[in-house]
Design a protein around this ligand. Structure first.
Ligand SMILES: Nc1ncnc2c1ncn2[C@@H]1O[C@H](COP(=O)(O)OP(=O)(O)OP(=O)(O)O)[C@@H](O)[C@H]1O
Ligand SMILES: [Mg+2]
Length: 278
């Protein structure tokens, strides 16, 4: 298991002596796509949820099991899973993601593409499954299915079918917003096999104050009261909201020719976010 400051309940406690930057998780340009708007200067920081994901994934990979990471939009699920897997098992990851309601056929095709199998995909489902299983038994892989709230019962059944096959050598991570938890729980055949469940929640204020300063250089010397004010009115403990605030604030500093974010800079930022006049 990866070493973190975890107590017996698995909660990761804040330790002021530990810098919240996760240098080895932050791989510069390699993970730029995970950052909202590919924000220049943004770094991956060790939120409590990210540290817990990393620990849980280490367990799930060791057990070749299934995991479900769920929670509201923008809380950092995708970034945390991606950054952790980049550190834990970079060569084994195979990511699939669906925007609308996929069918098992879509999953087959998406896996075919993500596994880089090459050639023409087989036309018959049985042959197709044969090809996929063949590849999935060659070496260990972590299949990450993002936006899992879109999956139907049949789709979950398909993942279960792949995982249950004794010859396949895989762990599966479902990542989903909104209804993912309820959708998965409704499918006992699959949910009973899930080894670890982890819910993402909003960061509490003290965590925001701890991680945001390390997240981007513009916050490094900002008054904690200003950060707290921004969190109350716009951040709400949600990392995507903070990324957005940061992008606007960085722009405002240049436009207003300022060095440090203060109430006036925040006023400029809020005027962009509220969408209302006055
Ligand atoms: N630990 C972190 N360090 C730095 N930035 C982060 C971190 N977590 C999240 N972010 C920022 O917040 C944004 C949103 O995170 P992410 O895309 O992981 O959310 P999500 O929970 O997967 O949301 P959705 O359910 O909408 O897919 C990221 O693009 C990134 O800019
Ligand atoms: Mg996501």
């Amino acid at each position: 298991m990866t070493t973190t400051n975890a107590d017996v309940t698995g909660a990761v406690t804040a330790d002021a002596s530990v810098t919240p930057e996760v240098a080895h998780l932050d791989q510069g340009d390699a993970d730029r796509d995970d950052h909202y708007l590919r924000l220049a200067g943004a770094r991956v920081v060790a939120t409590d949820a990210l540290l817990r994901v990393r620990d849980n994934l280490a367990d799930v990979l060791a057990a070749k099991a299934m995991m479900c990471v769920h929670g509201d939009a923008g809380l950092g699920k995708t970034l945390s899973v991606n950054a952790s897997l980049r550190e834990l098992a970079p060569e084994t990851v195979c990511r699939v993601q669906f925007r609308a309601r996929p069918t098992p056929r879509d999953i087959r095709h998406e896996l075919f593409r993500a596994l880089d199998i090459g050639g023409e995909p087989p036309s018959k489902p049985i042959e197709f499954d044969g090809v996929l299983k063949d590849v999935l038994r060659q070496r260990f892989r972590v299949l990450v299915c993002d936006e899992a709230q879109w999956l139907s019962r049949e789709c979950f059944e398909y993942w279960r079918h792949l995982w249950d096959d004794r010859a396949t050598d895989i762990a599966i991570v479902f990542v989903g917003g909104g209804d993912c938890y309820q959708v998965l729980r409704r499918e006992p055949m699959l949910s009973s096999r899930v080894y670890v469940w982890q819910e993402f929640q909003r960061m509490p204020r003290e965590q925001v104050l701890r991680v945001i300063r390390a997240y981007h250089p513009i916050w490094k010397h900002t008054d904690p009261d200003v950060i707290a004010f921004a969190d109350t009115h716009a951040g709400h403990g949600n990392f995507r909201a903070w990324a957005k605030i940061t992008a606007h604030a960085a722009r405002a500093l240049t436009r207003l020719d300022r060095q440090v974010v203060d109430q006036e800079v925040l006023g400029w930022v809020f005027s962009k976010l509220s969408g209302r006049a006055g």
